[in-house]
Design a protein around this ligand. Structure first.
Ligand code: NZQ
Ligand code: ZN
Length: 388
């Protein structure tokens, strides 16, 4: 196991109706003048926004509202939010929504304390400080409610890029599984796929002797595989929603990834797809992850066979572990298809003729991508071709 630091100070408020306590926690974490940030309207329609505002008012907390975050959140609204925050002397950002809203809130939180362009932090600058961000989560997926990350698409070139830093961990996150019951099945399935991808980016590692995190990863994957079909069959099934919601947090706050090298090339390849076609992140991952696996499996066939046996219940073929490894990947693809995810470019609306553009926009040049296998531009091109 590698040396590691792990600092995960988010306070979680989990369970039914807990959003009504938002005001109390904003106060506890020092917010006095809040920017409430939300998306395209689901939180207005469900009445959640009104409940959150009422809980702030009950604590005499001032607030300003900024809605309109779209999936694959854009730089334009971030600039607007930074402007409002500086002008109104906002001291706390409350994100009410999914990963896109939370990531946009995090970007505003960085930019509000910075004189330059917030985009600097999405092109490599170290994040030292940000306004405190809290979240009221409405979709189990990105894990941004507990993560150090934020992913924004810059409208100049539609570049989708990530920033990471401990200052971006939310100070508190309200996780009420009931809030996810209004999700369309497609979004629930995209979320489940994204969570699985977060675990698998960590699972396929070259670090030896990482039994504890291997087993945590497997447990989270088994949970998502078991609970997602239940939530899809009955959208009001609280218990499956609750298990999925906590799985999404555990999948990405890095408790499953500490002490081991992590890969993240499938995520990077997917970000190019959602940058170009504006597809849902989880759907793009359902297409890219199996292609990546098929391309790199020979690097460590035993790890892929272990994944097949422990996660997908395949029988170990000791004579030919490659058979087992392939079966695991097949079962994963079947699972994605069974929950309504695309597994090929065409199902996603992506086109083979755009592959040179996808590779070029990634801008890898002579560098490599990922860590399990260090991919060159040529490898990336071949993986996109495998996904066609
Ligand atoms: O905008 P509204 O009207 O709220 O609709 C949203 C949106 O259309 C809808 N929705 C959310 N909660 C709902 C609901 N509809 C009905 N009922 C509810 N309770 O769902 C749609 C998708 O929302 P979005 O926030 O985009 O989904 P998700 O949480 O999957 O976030 C995706 C974004 O997160 C990034 C992705 O790249 C993508 O941009 N990621 C962020 C990460 C991080 N910060 O750590 C890591 C991830 O790997 C990921 O890259
Ligand atoms: Zn993701």
């Amino acid at each position: 196991m590698n040396n590691f630091n792990f600092y995960s100070p988010t306070f979680f408020v989990f369970g039914k109706e807990r959003e009504n306590e938002a005001g109390k926690y904003v106060k506890r974490f020092g917010g006095t003048n809040v920017l409430i940030h939300f998306g395209g309207g689901s939180v207005v329609k469900s009445g959640l926004l009104d409940r959150v505002k009422a809980s702030l008012t009950a604590e005499n907390i001032r607030f300003t509202e900024l809605g309109g975050v779209q999936p694959n959140p854009r730089s334009g609204l971030v600039y607007e939010g930074i402007g409002i925050s500086k002008r109104e002397k906002i001291d706390f950002i409350l994100a009410v929504g999914g990963g896109s809203v939370i990531d946009s809130a995090k970007a505003i939180a960085i930019g509000a304390l910075y004189d330059g362009d917030f985009w600097d932090f999405y092109t490599g600058k170290n994040i030292e400080k940000a306004l405190p961000v809290a979240t009221i989560l409405t979709i189990s997926a990105a894990g941004s409610e507990g993560s150090t990350g934020s992913v924004i698409t810059h409208e100049n070139g539609m570049l989708k890029r990530a920033a990471n830093g401990d200052a971006l961990r939310p100070v508190f996150s309200v996780l009420n599984p009931e809030l996810t019951c209004t999700l369309p099945n497609y979004q629930t399935a995209c979320g489940a796929t994204d969570m699985m991808a977060h675990v698998m980016e960590r699972y396929f590692t070259n670090t030896k002797d990482v039994e504890i995190t291997d087993r945590l990863c497997e447990g989270v994957l088994l949970t998502i595989i078991k609970e997602t079909p239940k939530a899809l069959a009955d959208s009001s099934d609280y218990e499956s929603r609750a298990n999925i919601m906590w799985a999404g947090m555990v999948a990405h706050n890095d408790i499953c990834g500490v002490g081991r090298d992590q890969d993240w090339s499938s995520h990077n390849m997917e970000h190019e797809l959602s940058g170009l076609y504006d597809v849902a992140h989880g759907a793009g991952l359902a297409v890219m992850f199996p292609a990546w696996m098929k391309y790199v499996m020979h690097h460590d066939i035993q790890r892929f066979a272990q994944f097949a046996v422990r996660v997908w219940g395949c029988e170990m073929d000791f004579q030919n572990p490659e058979n087992t490894a392939r079966q695991g990947i097949e079962k994963m693809e079947q699972f994605f298809a069974s929950i309504g995810m695309p597994v090929r470019f065409s199902e996603l609306g992506a086109k083979a003729e755009d592959i040179p553009t996808l590779v070029k926009t990634m801008g890898l040049g002579k560098n490599t991508l990922g860590s399990f296998v260090k991919l060159t531009e040529e490898d990336v091109r071949k993986i996109y071709e495998l996904a066609v």
